[in-house]
Design a binder for this molecule. Structure first.
Ligand code: ADP
Length: 452
């Protein structure tokens, strides 16, 4: 299967598994949350039950103990002796702290060490836990928390009064109410690590997915570029080879051999085509050298103006053939740079060559220079076909060529500008492009001056 077909398959498969795993994880966490809540309620009931049993069993312990009132508790004077002798209720026998301690112990026992709770013991049998009764015992925030029914969970446990031999009770039944405020938060807190882990690893997978897709897209683009390059190169070499072959055939012709003018014409063609192929091989070589970072800069003091003038002169014939012209405004006061002569010449030649290649009628190439305290600035302007913003962003990439209809008849490998940029940067310089489609293009080079 080719990259083209396998790519969407991988994309769909990974997307599906990602969505699936996220869905399963959410479901799993929700179920776990529910279970934890149930478990929590169960534990709370256990703890409450434990305390309730303790309280009830202590009440029915020997009379002497039963009768002991909590310190500082005085029953209002009562005319009836029977009432004087009455067995105290649980609320009367214990302080808030006593029961709080018992609750805490029970909570620790069932493994709810840090859970907050509020409680009440009310001696109002059958009444709602909210009804205030004189003999009620309440922890400090009990009333506030029991009212907040959406976030709390409460357990109501009856504390049945002991029965007499005749089956009646002298005491009212009591209720032990325990409230845990914000119990959902408490449960969520327990699952914090799990949830954070699930979210974290999901993000890791999404990030890995993103990187993979990106790499695949880049790979695909690269293989397209390589194909383009090979097609381009084949085309570029086929034409001169065919021309040379024709010229050689012509030279073998008896008539041509005898006609000196004609044979010179054909050898001239062969020489020209040879030069062209040489130049192309040179370009490709340059690029592959850049790839391996093997270029050695052979830097020396140069006068940039001289090189610009020479380079421009070499294009005069081509310009005349096209009916174009050039203007040089070499205004820089200082034009001495510390550069590699061959590479610097190549840079200027490449930029002028592009200006000629991507031109329209009435071509005008304008080269201007000026110097700043530290840099030499060279502007190479043309009034050619120009390029879009997207193209401008990518022209310095290796093998990039704008694919606009009529552009295909202009030959090139898309290597020139990536070479220019690499060399300029190797000289600690900068290059930028400004262009308008249909208007023209301006390349601005900035190179450090050799200051001595
Ligand atoms: P090549 O000229 O071999 O295609 P380059 O790297 O020199 O490769 O240029 C890359 C692309 O930038 C060209 O294919 C062209 O689309 C665009 N380009 C470069 N110079 C100009 C210019 N002066 N005017 C318009 N487009 C240009």
């Amino acid at each position: 299967m080719g990259l083209k077909k396998i790519f969407p398959v991988i994309f769909v498969l990974i997307s599906l598994s990602l969505i699936g795993s996220i869905y399963i994880q959410i479901n799993w966490i929700l179920t776990m949350l529910e279970n934890k809540q149930e478990e929590f309620k169960h534990k709370l009931r256990d703890a409450t039950n434990y305390v309730a049993q303790e309280l009830v069993s202590q009440r029915s312990s020997p009379a002497g103990k039963v009768l002991r009132l909590k310190p500082g508790f005085f029953r209002p004077s009562d005319p009836f002796t029977t009432e004087m002798m009455r067995v105290p209720t649980i609320a009367e026998r214990y302080t808030v702290e006593d029961i709080g301690d018992k609750m805490r112990k029970a909570f620790n026992l069932v493994g709810m060490k840090n859970t907050r709770f509020e409680f009440s013991v009310s001696s109002d049998p059958g009444g709602s836990p909210l009804s205030i009764h004189p003999l009620e015992l309440r922890s400090r925030n009990f009333l506030r928390e029991i009212l907040d029914t959406s976030n709390n969970f409460s357990v109501i446990m009856p504390l049945l009064a002991p029965e007499n031999a005749d089956g009646n009770s002298t005491l009212p039944d009591e209720l032990l109410v325990v409230v845990v405020p914000d119990y959902k938060k408490t449960v969520l807190g327990e699952m914090r690590v799990m949830i954070a882990g699930a979210i974290f690893f999901t993000f890791v997978i999404i990030a890995a997915f993103y990187v993979t897709v990106n790499a695949l897209v880049r790979q695909k683009k690269l293989s397209e570029i390589k194909n383009d390059f090979i097609n381009n190169m084949t085309h570029e070499f086929k034409t001169p080879l065919a021309t040379i072959s024709l010229a050689v055939d012509a030279l073998r012709n008896e008539k041509v051999v005898q006609d000196r003018n004609k044979s010179e014409y054909f050898t001239g063609i062969i020489k020209e085509e040879n030069k062209r192929m040489n130049k192309q091989v040179e370009t490709i070589l340059q690029a592959s050298l850049l790839d391996r970072q093997e270029q050695q800069l052979n830097r020396k003091s140069l006068h940039a103006h001289v090189i610009i003038q020479e380079a421009m002169e070499n294009f005069q014939l081509q310009l005349e053939g096209k009916g174009g012209r050039s203007e040089l405004h070499l205004n820089a006061k200082d034009d001495q740079i510390f550069a590699d002569e061959v590479h610097f010449t190549n840079i200027i030649t490449n930029l002028i060559d592009n200006a000629v290649k991507y031109s329209k009628d009435n071509l005008l190439i304008k080269i201007t220079t000026h110097s700043t305290p530290k840099n030499l600035v060279i502007r190479i302007e043309d009034n050619g076909i120009g390029m879009s913003k997207e193209t401008q962003r990518r022209i310095f990439e290796k093998f990039y060529r704008a694919h606009t209809g009529n552009l295909h008849n202009v030959k090139g490998f898309g290597l020139g500008l990536s070479y220019v940029k690499t060399i300029v940067e190797a000289h600690e310089g900068r290059i930028k492009v400004d262009s308008t489609v249909g208007r023209g293009t301006c390349f601005t080079l900035e190179l450090p001056l050799k200051l001595d």
